[in-house]
Design a protein around this ligand. Structure first.
Ligand SMILES: [Ca+2]
Length: 406
């Protein structure tokens, strides 16, 4: 019985051991599984950390490369200010000098020397200057090539042509569909409604002003008054909104403020945002020799009462042909003489082709420009950083009117 019992105990022990070894195996498996998960997680996390670190590093690099492009642009605009004094604004350095790091690299790393067969020509300390990873570029636009919305509250001799030009731009038949759509509040607006709303936003009074788009469009140059004070409150445009607000009764400080104007939606901004400015002198019209946008140029030509027959469906193809010839003429002139025609030479060119400019328009044009938008881009690895800034050349130096990192 003892033996039997011992035997029995031995069996139980063996079974227990077997069971234990089963538990141990299970624990080992679970531990391995857990460890594998932890290790995989750890490796994954480490990879993310390395990638995040690389992205942060590249973002910092790209940001400073974009700032380099801004600095490069500031230097060119500084010289532009000097050159404008004797060229009257017809030499556009910022259009002639490409702001592009690849070019800077080629100039400083010896590539250019090889291309020109100069071999080891001594560039002194210049060597290695462009030796960095990534790149930058920038474009410069003249703010006087755009329509200043704040001019709507200027003298009638400026406000009237500006109102007419905005009407001609946003009221063009090609945007008819945009005006047929309801805005976010389910309201319909006309181009005339938007021009009035823009004006009420800026002007000091608080009544909704009246405006005769047809009369302004027919002859914008001899209007004694453009906007006539009405009797209703201008704030009623925004009173019924979920989050009501009042008209600002002060000039626009940025173009982004346009989003607050009744009738201005994303589609409007997409189409026209870059064609407006708030930075140029509101007592002057634009600078004709800086306008590179055919749509803006078309709105300038259709401002002139003499050209109205050409601004019809029948006349438009001819007008567009003249416009294309003009841009070609100016391009060829810029690359052969390094200067563009001044306002008078532009008038003479169009006169010889048919369309003309009114003397009232000519006398209010900006002589040359002092305010520019710089769009800079810095690139490093996969990261791109953009900086948009508006710079104004003043007697005291350069003023930064706007700065945004995207
Ligand atoms: Ca107002």
């Amino acid at each position: 019985m003892k033996t039997g019992t011992r035997h029995g105990q031995g069996r139980t022990l063996r079974r227990l051991r077997r069971d234990e070894s089963g538990v141990a195996l299970l624990m080992v498996l679970v531990t391995i599984a857990l460890l594998t998960a932890v290790v995989v997680e750890f490796i994954y996390q480490t990879r993310i950390d390395v990638q995040v670190a690389a992205n942060v590093r590249d973002r910092v690099k790209a940001y400073y490369l974009a700032r380099s492009a801004v600095n490069f642009s500031r230097l060119i605009l500084y010289f532009q200010g000097q050159v404008d004094r004797f060229s009257g604004g017809t030499i556009k350095l910022y259009q002639l000098i490409p702001i592009e790091s690849d070019l800077a690299k080629a100039l400083t790393t010896g590539e250019m020397n090889e291309a020109f067969g100069l071999g080891d020509a001594n560039l002194g300390d210049m060597r290695g200057f462009g030796d960095f990873e990534g790149g930058f570029s920038a474009t410069i636009e003249d703010e006087y090539a755009k329509i200043n919305i704040n001019a709507l509250d200027s003298l009638p001799s400026i406000a009237s042509p500006v109102a007419a030009q905005i009407l001609s731009l946003i009221g063009s038949p090609r945007y008819r569909e945009m005006w047929e759509r309801e805005d976010a509040e389910g309201q319909h607006n006309t181009p005339g409604d938007v021009v009035t709303a823009l004006h009420d936003w800026i002007d000091a009074d608080t009544v909704a002003d009246g405006f005769m788009p047809e009369i302004i469009a027919l002859d914008p140059f001899s209007q004694p008054e453009v906007f006539l004070p009405g009797s209703s409150a201008e704030d009623s445009r925004y009173d019924m909104l979920k989050d009501p607000y009042k008209n600002k009764n002060n000039p626009f400080i940025t173009i982004d403020e346009l989003h607050l104007i009744r009738g201005v939606g994303d589609d409007f901004m997409e189409e026209f945002g870059d064609r407006f400015t708030v930075y140029s002198d509101p007592n002057l019209l634009l600078n004709l020799n800086s306008v590179n946008d055919p749509v803006t140029m078309l709105s300038v030509l259709c401002l002139q009462p003499e050209n109205l027959p050409l601004c019809t469906e029948q006349g438009l193809p001819q007008l567009l042909e003249v416009l294309a010839l003009f841009f070609e003429f100016r391009n060829i002139m810029q690359w052969t003489t390094l200067s563009v025609p001044n306002n008078q030479a532009i008038k003479d060119f169009f006169d010889s082709m048919g369309p003309t400019f009114s003397p009232y328009f000519m006398k209010n044009l900006a002589p040359f420009s002092d305010t520019f938008t710089v769009r800079a881009e810095g690139r490093a690895g996969e990261v791109v950083v953009n900086i948009k800034t508006v710079l104004k050349n003043t007697a005291a130096g350069q003023e930064i009117m706007y700065w945004r990192v995207l």
